[in-house]
Each structure stands twice: as C-alpha cells, then as structure tokens.
Design a protein around this ligand. Structure first.
Ligand code: AN7
Length: 377
C-alpha cells in the first residue's frame, strides 16, 4: 500500500535525479529531509545583514550526513549482488555503513584508527553488527589498505571514492535550495576526505543546470542527467574548512601525521583532492583552517547560543564563516548556509571535557535544591 505522505528517504524524494530505476530495491532508513535551522541569535550578534542557516545533518538516522551517500552506495551494491561492503573510517562512515548493511542483510567490514574515534561512533558500528577492525594507524592508512583489499576480495568499497556516495550526498544541496527558494551566496562546509564538498558542488551545479567545468565525479561524466531547465539561477561560493593540524588543502600538499581534536576530519590524504579543488575554484570560494581551540569554541557557542549540539568537526563550518565575515572575506548581506555534518552525541567525551556549566552535587532535599537554584540564577 502506498501512503502518499510517508517520507521514505532521499532516493524516493529525488528519484529522477539519482541512478535508480523502478526495479531497484532501495535500501533506506528514511535519511535526509534534515532541518535547515536559522541561527537567529548568532545572526543578531554578528549583524551586517548576514542571514545564516545551519543544515543540521546530525538529524540523519545514524547521526551524520554519511547516510545520504550510504543509502545510494548500499542500494547500488545490493543491486549488483554484493554480499559485503568495506570502508575505512574516522567513525561516521563506519556507523552508517554498518546500519545500511544491517538493513540490507549483508556484511560490513570497517577499518578504524585505534583509539582515535569518538565513542558513540564505535558503539554504533558494534551494535549494528559490523566486523570492526581497529588498525594501529590513521584513516589514511586504512584507506590505502581498503583499496588494496577490495581489489582482491569480493567486497564493495563504500568510502566516498565510490561515486554513488557523492550522488546521494548531492541531495543535501537540493534540500537547501528547495527550502530557501534560491541558492545561498556562500556555503561553508567541513573538509576531511573531501567527498562532501564535492557532492554539494555537484548538487548545486545540477540545480543550476550547469555542468561543472572541471571534471565532476566519474559517475557524473558518464551518466548524470542535468535537466535542461534550471531550478535556480546561480551557485554559492564554496568555503571548505579544515582543522589546522589536518589541513592538506591549505598547505597545498598531503599531510603525513594529521592531528586534531575533531577526529572525524583527522585526515591527511583526502581522496577527492581534484574534485574539491574544482568546487572551490569554480565557485570562487576558498579553503581555510581553524585551530582546535577555535573549533571547540564554536561547538560550545552553537550549543549555548542556539541549542544545537553538533560534533567538533561540524562546528568548523560555522566557525569558519563567522571568521570570514569578520575579516571581510564574506560580504555583508550574504545569505550563508553551513553544513553541520554530525551530531554532538557522537562524541560525549569531548563535550563533557570542555563544558563549563556547573554540575552541582547536593543532598536530595528541597532546601538544598532551592539554595542551588538561587545561587545559580
Ligand atoms: C562529522 O567517517 O571521513 O570531507 O570516515 O564525519 O566528505 O570526508 C568522516 C568525515 C565532516 C568530512 N564532518 O567529510 C569518515 C569520514 C564529519 C565527518 C567530515 C566527516 P568529507
């Protein structure tokens, strides 16, 4: 029975723009349709006629934007008869791969850097039944090994070098335009392995009916259907932000020992190097880096001022655009969207460590509670 108002994920919603047909068995957890939250309190503080929105991708079923790409990649893998998928991950990809594999009834193998992934992500991959392989190395080591393994064993890679991942993830750009009725002037986004910034650029370009001049993903070159009529005019300038200790795009070369408190983007050898450069160059955007201190400060500010709890890697997009507004890189009056890529609950340790809010211990008595309230009003 078809229920017309039942939301069933990004593939159903954007079916005519994605590589599926009527026969395809869609593997979905109803991902997408995430909130585009106006950051009204921060807007008031910054002034300058800035209109600022956060696309809160932490609201996806496994708590990160990866679900958009994973529904598409796993749907495709299953349609090709795959029995197993594999990925290297700083955490979120592994959680998402595990969930969609469970949904599809296939096996997931995930390689994660030992001791360097947030606890929530590890918990997800474990309970979702993935085979969790901790390596004594970082994400880039894992990525290299995964590519070698997949060349020799019957497992499908679901990292963002899988072009179907980018196809799914481009739908976030569609949703932003569908919500605003126009393209933003500026889009700020965290950059790690660089798949997401590339996917947004594909999405924004597709809605503007413009083929990116520089090579798009291999999948798009072959099969993307760009409709003749544009949904909107224009595309945003793409601003990609990296952690200072893991900033190959700012350094202009690969980084051997990436280090940052934002473990999600602790990546030194981004796989979508060319695509991400194309997105930034064609759009007239830029890459910039933020220190760990700036990242954590922004994470706390979003929580305290707007009630939005995102993970450290996500906060970098808002921290980055605010800095670029202040230093004049972003013009007054701009309409800015930022992607908050993952939920704060993924990484409770980092949140607790940096929280200043008082946790008060008192006897379970009315007077003691009254006193605590009066002292902290
Ligand atoms: C919260 O999970 O690479 O630039 O293995 O988890 O598309 O890589 C995660 C990346 C930003 C960077 N924010 O996106 C993984 C992984 C969060 C992330 C990124 C990631 P890309």
């Amino acid at each position: 029975m078809i229920r017309p108002n039942y939301y069933n994920g990004i593939i159903e919603r954007y079916r005519d723009r994605l590589p599926v047909d009527e026969e395809t068995r869609v593997i979905t957890l109803c991902e997408g349709d995430t909130a585009l939250i106006r950051l009204e309190n921060i807007e008031k503080e910054i002034g300058l006629g800035i209109e600022l929105y956060a696309k809160f991708e932490g609201l996806n079923p496994t708590g990160s934007f990866k679900d958009r790409g994973m529904t598409m990649a796993v749907t495709q893998a299953v349609s090709e008869g795959a029995q197993a998928i594999i990925c290297a991950s700083t955490g979120n990809t592994s959680a998402s791969a595990a969930a969609y594999a469970a949904r599809a009834g296939i096996r997931a193998f995930v390689l994660i850097p030992q001791g360097k992934i947030a606890l929530g992500k590890l918990a997800q991959a474990m309970i979702e039944g993935a085979c969790v392989i901790q390596i004594k190395g970082n994400f880039d080591d894992g990525m290299r090994i995964v590519k070698e393994v997949a060349a020799a064993a019957p497992v499908t890679i679901v990292n963002s070098i899988n072009p179907y991942r980018l196809q799914g993830q481009k739908t976030a750009a569609f949703e932003i335009i569908d919500a605003l009725g126009r393209a933003p002037d500026i889009h700020g986004i965290p950059v790690g392995n660089a798949g997401n910034i590339s996917a947004y650029w594909v999405g924004y370009s597709e809605y503007a009916a413009v083929l990116p001049a520089t090579a798009s993903c291999s999948f798009c070159e072959e099969r993307c259907r760009y409709p003749s009529a544009a949904v909107v005019q224009g595309r945003p300038r793409m601003f990609g932000y990296q952690a200072a200790g893991a900033a190959p795009f700012i350094r202009g070369e690969m980084v051997d020992d990436p280090e940052t408190v934002a473990t999600a983007i602790r990546i030194g050898r981004p796989q979508s190097w060319d695509l991400a450069w194309a997105a930034v160059n064609e759009s007239g955007g830029a890459f910039a880096s933020l220190s760990d201190e700036e990242i954590l400060k922004t994470q706390r500010m979003l929580a305290e001022k707007e009630g939005i709890f995102c993970e450290p890697a996500s906060a970098i997009s808002v921290g980055g655009v605010l800095r670029d507004v202040k230093n004049g890189t972003i013009a007054p009056g701009s309409l800015i969207t930022c992607t908050l890529t993952g939920h704060g609950l993924k990484d409770p340790d980092t949140a607790i460590k940096q929280s200043e809010g008082p946790v008060i211990e008192i006897p379970a008595e009315l007077d003691a509670v009254k006193r605590a309230i009066l002292e902290n009003l």
